[in-house]
Ligand binder design. Structure first.
Ligand SMILES: Nc1ncnc2c1ncn2[C@@H]1O[C@H](COP(=O)(O)OP(=O)(O)OP(=O)(O)O)[C@@H](O)[C@H]1O
Ligand SMILES: [Mg+2]
Length: 152
């Protein structure tokens, strides 16, 4: 499930967070993936302090992109976290909301892509790697009718 609108500040992130939470509340396993360097979706579920202390170093999608071989060294499953507060509020229906958190440093990766595409080189961060990101779900998400939500 994607929430898309080119206009800024129209509620994409807020809508995504709420659709995800309510879908989990209805009993589904939801994986929210925050690919926005603003990290507002991540901060819908974690405080800034929690993000800095618990996620920043090792548990964000930035780690997946880091290094010479993005997507090759870190399995996405290793980055999945389960935000406590929203899950405490989910009814006892078997639903759960998991998150792959964002990182403010993703902006640097965006800029690197931009540079490598304008230089027309064969970058290791070519678009195929984005496709890898979209297909390499942890196994337990692949065969269930869970909702997968992204935000810009
Ligand atoms: N239904 C709503 N009613 C009133 N305010 C809202 C509603 N939805 C979102 N907002 C507020 O509008 C502002 C922008 O929302 P949000 O960050 O979700 O937009 P966005 O489209 O994701 O923005 P960006 O383009 O910067 O990513 C926030 O302050 C949010 O609290
Ligand atoms: Mg947003």
């Amino acid at each position: 499930m994607s929430v898309m609108n080119y206009k800024g500040g129209v509620g994409k992130t807020t809508l995504t967070a709420n659709i995800a939470a309510e879908t989990a509340n209805l009993g589904h396993r939801v994986l929210v993936i925050d690919l926005d360097p603003q990290a507002n979706l991540t901060l819908s579920f974690y405080t800034t302090t929690e993000w800095q202390e618990e996620l920043r170093e090792n548990r964000t999608i930035k780690r997946w992109y880091d290094g010479d071989s993005p997507g090759q060294k870190v399995p996405l499953a290793e980055l999945v976290v389960t935000p406590p507060r929203v899950n405490e509020r989910i009814q006892d229906t078997g639903g759960r909301l998991d998150l792959i958190a964002s990182h403010l440093g993703l902006i640097d990766i965006d800029l690197q892509w931009e540079r490598s595409s304008t230089a027309a080189t064969t970058s290791t961060r070519r678009p195929e790697n984005i496709f890898l990101c979209m297909t390499a779900w942890p196994t337990h998400y692949r065969h269930r009718s869970s909702a997968t939500t992204t935000s810009s």
